[in-house]
Design a protein around this ligand. Structure first.
Ligand SMILES: [Zn+2]
Length: 55
C-alpha cells in the first residue's frame, strides 16, 4: 500500500534512516546518543541516508 501523504512518508523515512551505527559492535543507537548503548564506545557514525535505497 503506497503512502500518499507526503508528511507521513517523510516521518517514516526519518524513523527508518535517522540513527547511529556503532563502529565497534555495529549496534543501532538513537540519533541523539553520544555513546553506544551496547559497548559504550564513542565510535559511532550516522546511518547512511540515501533516499530510495531499498533492501
Ligand atoms: Zn557499540
Amino acid at each position: 500500500m503506497p503512502i500518499t501523504d507526503a508528511n507521513k512518508k517523510q516521518i517514516a523515512q526519518q524513523r527508518r534512516l535517522f540513527y547511529k551505527i556503532c563502529f565497534d559492535c555495529g549496534g543501532k543507537n538513537p540519533i541523539l546518543a553520544s555513546r553506544c548503548r551496547k559497548c559504550h564506545g564513542k565510535n559511532m557514525r550516522l546511518k547512511n541516508r540515501t533516499l530510495g535505497a531499498k533492501k
